[in-house]
Design a protein around this ligand. Sequence first.
Ligand SMILES: [Zn+2]
Length: 354
Amino acid sequence: MIRSLTGSVGENGKNRPDDVRAVYALFNRLLSVQLEVRDICSTELIRAIREFQQDFMSRPDGRIDVDGRTWKKLTAAVEVPETEISGSVGQGGQNRSRDVRIIYGLFNKILSRPLKVSDQCTDELIQAIRDLQKGFLSRPDGRVDVGGRTWKRLTTPAGGTGKSVLLSFDDGPAPTGPLHSILDTLDHHGIKAEFYVLGQEVDSHPAVVKEIAKRGHAVQNHSYTHPNLAKGSRSFVRKELEKTQQSIKKAAGVTPTKIRPPYGAGGWSPYDRELAAVAKELSLSIQNWDIDTEDWKSPQGVGPSKQAMIARQFARRQNQVELNVLMHVLQGTADDLGDFIEQLKQWGFSFAQP
Ligand SMILES: [Zn+2]
């Protein structure tokens, strides 16, 4: 349920902080580029209101009045009736207007680039249905049937309800080009991730590491020089991890709480003894991954050629509620990240906070 406004929001509105925040949140469910949620009504928010009003007002005024037309349109666009559809929707479907709106609403919960909600089934909607079906039907038909597989998939998405992924990126901060691109994509989707960085690269690019932390991501320890820690002596392991702790602290002002050993070596239970001892001394928990995207393998990235392999790994971990997904700071991964996030959403995952 969406709570009502206590006063108008927008251009010349009363703009009470609670109301303003609620309106930001509503727009962020509709818009692909997220607005920063604030207590005050920004010009950006007024612009969003005006743009929204353009569809149904000849003179958009940039203001949402309590229970006014803009409010009704906005809440209708956002609110998804969680009921059954009465007939099929999509290619060759019955496409009753109420059913069509329900399907739009369900897609807009899983897509970050929302579809424009209407009473008509558009080609765009049929394409979205097909894209969803590609994950589980050999012959996507672009139609949602009452109680059918696609309906079930839409209402209880793939991975099952309540499952989440935690995205993690190893071997940064360099190369910094792909790193910045990854940060921008994560911001765009409002996702926070883990970055397991190398101490020696942190020393070369301290400002970038600070940026990772500033944007709300977790900066974690991936050793200083990327050696196989399982083969090192205790003093060697200690030097690798401690130096990295210091470099990160110096660069970003944060103290890592997790170590991911390079190659995962020694990081699977039973842990390497020296690694486990040093990690304990430095108050680090050892964190390997659940899903290996193999993004470093040619062709690099997390594109279509990796999807089936990744899907199989998820399928093997049906019972796990949160899964850590391993990627690397690479150009190919940066290029594919937006689409990969869309895929994870279509599979029904939400994104865990690091
Ligand atoms: Zn690594």
